[in-house]
Design a protein around this ligand. Structure first.
Ligand code: UD1
Length: 420
């Protein structure tokens, strides 16, 4: 298992390019199940989750051919199987995104209940209720979801809560349903807008993605398309936070300021100079960091996927900051590890109170995280700390960050990957 050895403190400075968005790429890969024609996705990030999705699609009969800048997915005449097995699904919750497309294309699907990060219960009840509203029969047996519908029919469905994956699954399923589907209380993340853009290029009739209500007029078939995945706002945000935490000056090329607005606002409030430009975002921090209060929420609120990294920045800010997590019930696994590094953090149910600034360790520390974004937060803490930090179990990080140690090295950080 690989680990990172970080020699801090480092000032993260320079220019970095945002990779393609993992969370847009995954549903877009699943969308290749909806057509017989090739779907070319450009700008895909080189990540473990992307390879897992490619393997899962391969199992379902969709071949992936490498292209210089991405991948071409080709389902051919037939999607050959309707079974997404546990061995493939367990490592990645986004595997459940094949459910809607498989059902729409084949009239049946069998998908193992998902795994993924250990950050709460993360049920898929909304995905299933939505598919039932489109006429599917859904059963849960022995850890598998089995769904049938000769052909899905358009319907009206209101989500009980805003779910990103649920919205994506239903949106994809409805493209091939008979008649019109209206989805309400939809998630509004930029990745959903990007998925709708791909589906539209494939011939789907979708209106309202990015808003509360999405209307889809079902069509009989979808065709191929070539599509560039949007830049990863979470990766971009992580690097901006690395620079803010360590007092650097950074240019993140490809970052879309509008998609990052909730983070950029808080960075400015904390005392950073944030300058969006056409094609990227620049950040500089010279003075002291100021305390801040943040509550995570579905988009356009503050993203839960940046909560752990933001917390590290708050350990370096003067005063008491609060961070409230409202999206997932168990997403503070980085707190004990940060506390071991010297951070002063009190947890009260879903709210963390961070008192700063605290110097992070002077002597070597070994830390370990059990989810993707928590791992990123420990890397940030290692960059801010004085001395050596070893972040273990980097495989979580590799699910969501493309060659992070290389990108950080190019930004003057002393980070090495080593086999443990
Ligand atoms: C996606 C992102 C993930 C991000 C999350 C929230 C991908 C591949 N992953 O995950 O990085 O952290 O959005 O922004 O895009 N819920 C239910 N019932 C359901 C579905 C969800 O109760 O049927 C709950 C979940 O337990 C969670 C909340 O809704 O508390 C949000 O989950 P959701 O938006 O579905 O997250 P994902 O799509 O899994």
């Amino acid at each position: 298992m690989d680990q990172f050895r970080i020699h801090g403190p480092c000032r993260v400075s320079g220019r970095v390019e945002a990779a393609g968005a993992k969370n847009a790429a995954l549903p877009e890969m699943a969308a290749a199940l909806l057509t017989e024609e090739p779907v070319e996705l450009r700008g895909l990030p080189r990540l473990r989750d992307i390879r897992t999705m490619a393997r899962l699609l391969g199992h379902l009969g969709v071949e992936a051919a490498e292209r210089p800048d991405g991948v071409e997915l080709h389902g051919g005449g037939e999607v050959s199987s309707d079974d997404a097995p546990y061995e493939l699904v367990k490592t990645m919750r986004a595997s459940v995104l094949v459910l809607g497309p498989l059902l729409a294309r084949l009239g049946r699907a069998r998908v193992s209940l998902p795994g993924g990060c250990a950050i709460g219960v993360r049920p898929i009840d909304q995905h299933l209720a939505g598919l039932e509203a489109l006429g599917a029969t859904v059963e849960l047996q022995h850890g598998y979801v089995t769904a049938h519908a000769a052909r899905l029919r358009g319907g009206r469905f209101r989500f009980d809560l805003r779910t990103v994956g649920g919205t994506e699954n239903l949106l994809m399923a409805a493209t091939l349903a008979r008649g019109t589907t209206v989805l309400e209380n939809c998630a509004r993340e930029p990745e959903i807008v990007d998925l709708a853009r791909l589906l539209t290029a494939m011939g789907a009739r979708v209106e309202g993605a990015g808003g509360d209500r999405i209307t889809i007029q079902g069509v009989d078939r979808l065709g191929g398309a070539s599509h560039r995945v949007i830049p990863d706002r979470i990766e971009a945000g992580t690097y901006l936070l690395a620079a803010a935490t360590t007092g650097g000056a950074l240019d993140v090329a490809g970052a879309v300021a509008a998609d990052l607005a909730p983070l950029l606002e808080k960075l400015a409030a904390a005392g950073c100079e944030v300058s969006p430009y056409d094609g990227g975002v620049r950040l500089q921090r010279d003075g002291e960091l100021r305390r801040c209060d943040v509550s995570t929420a579905p988009h356009p609120g503050f993203p839960t996927d940046l909560q752990a990294q933001f917390m590290v920045m708050m350990t370096q800010a003067r005063g008491v900051s609060t961070l409230r997590e409202t999206v997932f019930e168990n997403r503070f696994q980085h707190v004990p590890e940060l506390a071991r590094m010297g951070a002063d953090i009190q947890l009260d149910e879903r709210t963390a109170r961070i008192t700063g600034p605290t110097p992070l360790p002077l002597s070597a520390a070994r830390v370990m995280a059990t989810d993707l974004r928590a791992s990123a937060s420990l890397v940030l803490a290692g960059l801010a700390a004085t001395g050596e930090t070893v972040v273990e179990r980097i495989y979580h990080l590799d699910r969501g960050y493309e060659r992070m140690e290389l990108k950080l090295q190019a930004l003057d950080a002393r980070v090495e990957r080593e086999a443990a």
